[in-house]
Design a protein around this ligand. Structure first.
Ligand code: FES
Length: 141
């Protein structure tokens, strides 16, 4: 299966790439299947994600899914951002080849890790909001 035009666009022109110096939440997760790493920065004000950026040592599918995921959570409340699943991101990209599904999990996990970090910095236990950062089901395959 070839990559969709949207995947190629977000891979070639990723949105929201780079370190964020004034972030108030940062999450870093690794993909056990391939060893790739994703870091997500968020700037939260009044419970809204005002800004988001990412950096990755990951493949093209990881770059494209993270790029799309950042676009989908920017301006959203923390609650809405926590509802974003890797499946929703893949649908927004018109799909990924099955062997690349595990790459899309990195973005979902990194967002949850960044929001957990934000809550911790506020002195709030993130577990009731974020729960456990989910394992990658696709990585078990
Ligand atoms: Fe590692 Fe895609 S192969 S994130």
């Amino acid at each position: 299966m070839a990559y969709s035009e949207k995947v190629m666009d977000h891979f070639a022109n990723p949105r929201n790439v780079g370190e964020m110096k004034d972030a108030n939440g940062m999450g870093e997760v690794g993909n056990p299947k391939c060893g790739d790493i994703m870091r997500m920065y968020i700037k939260v004000e009044n419970n809204i994600i005002k800004d988001v950026s990412f950096m990755t040592f990951g493949c093209g599918a990881a770059i494209a899914t993270s790029s799309m995921a950042t676009e989908m959570i920017k301006g959203k409340s923390l609650d809405d951002a926590l509802k974003l699943t890797n499946k929703a991101v893949m649908e927004a990209l018109d799909g990924l080849p099955p062997v690349k599904v595990h790459c899309s999990v990195l973005a979902e996990q990194a967002i949850k890790a960044a929001i957990s970090d934000y809550y911790r910095r506020q002195g709030i236990d993130p577990t009731p909001f974020v729960g456990e950062v989910p394992e990658c089901e696709a990585c078990e395959l």
